[in-house]
Design a protein around this ligand. Structure first.
Ligand code: ZN
Length: 287
């Protein structure tokens, strides 16, 4: 998006560059044709200058005005664009802060929203990570992969976004995940959190790795065939989780770098937010 009216900052004026970049990037992602920010009062002190930001779309513009600085204006604009929008990753209503979330009647593309369905699905809590706004439910895993199928089924069932994100990262994946018994853990997590129907589907094998995924895993393992013990465990189908990369062979296989990164992201996610239900949160809010 073209951005206009950048202004030199006066001495001592601090602004969060990352928040600004993230807001501009977000506006670009929403298909805006132009993004502009500036202030109205030329002679006022910087925080009283009434900063605004606006995004221009075909036929409409979204404005955030009367803010104390450009970042505040840009963040408010991001909130107007996201908060109460619909997340493409999970079909939930997006929340980016703790303000009440209005359930939209109609989406930007004209689709009508069923409020009951929106309530059942719950909220997707987006968050800003550095220069980018991230979905609460994670970025899409490869189309057709077991973990993406699981994520979509979870979204359909109204499972909280943070658990959908874990699924996308491969947390419950039989080959990529860090768990010794991924499907049993998935079944237990779903039951514990009130999703018995989806738990039954998982128990019936719907989210077991596909033949293709197991072949791909076997192929990547062949690259490590010099390690006799790994070949042994591959042939017997023994636990993959124990084959975690060590300092010596890290980098030998790019697959394991991805797996490593997955474990790190999952750990991080777990530390940040426990898997809690949407329902509890919204009940508390209503009080
Ligand atoms: Zn989402």
């Amino acid at each position: 998006v073209p951005v206009t009216e950048q202004r030199t900052k006066p001495d001592g004026f601090e602004s969060d560059e990352e928040a600004m970049v993230a807001a501009v990037e977000l506006v670009g992602r929403t298909g805006a044709r132009h993004f502009q920010f500036g202030f109205l009062d030329e002679n006022a002190p910087i925080d009283k200058a009434r900063w605004y930001a606006h995004a221009e779309y075909r036929g409409t513009r979204i404005i955030a005005e009367d803010h104390v600085g450009p970042v505040e204006a840009a963040e408010a604009l991001a909130a107007r664009l996201l908060h109460g929008g619909m997340c493409k990753g999970c079909g939930k209503v997006i929340a980016i802060n703790d303000d009440p979330v209005p359930i939209p009647e109609v989406l930007i593309d004209g689709t009508r929203v069923d409020p009951e369905e929106a309530k059942r699905r719950g909220l997707c809590r987006w968050f800003r990570e550095g220069v980018r706004w991230m979905r609460g439910c994670g970025e899409d895993a490869p189309a057709g992969s077991t973990r993406e199928r699981l994520a979509r089924a979870m979204a359909e069932a109204g499972v909280p976004g943070v658990a959908i994100r874990d699924a996308r990262l491969g947390y419950y994946d039989e080959y990529m995940g860090p768990l010794p018994f991924p499907i049993s853990t998935l079944v237990a997590d779903l039951e514990k959190n009130g999703f018995p129907e989806l738990a039954a589907r998982a128990r019936a094998g719907e989210f077991n790795a596909t033949k293709q995924e197991s072949d791909a895993w076997a192929a990547s393992e062949e690259g490590r065939a010099t390690f006799a013990e790994f070949v042994g465990s591959a042939l017997t189908g023994a636990k993959r989780a124990e084959d975690k990369p060590t300092a010596e062979n890290a980098g030998a296989d790019a697959t394991f770098a991805v797996v490593d990164e997955t474990h790190r992201l999952v750990d991080e996610t777990r530390r940040r937010r426990p898997w809690r239900s949407n329902q509890k949160k919204s009940r508390k809010k209503r009080k």
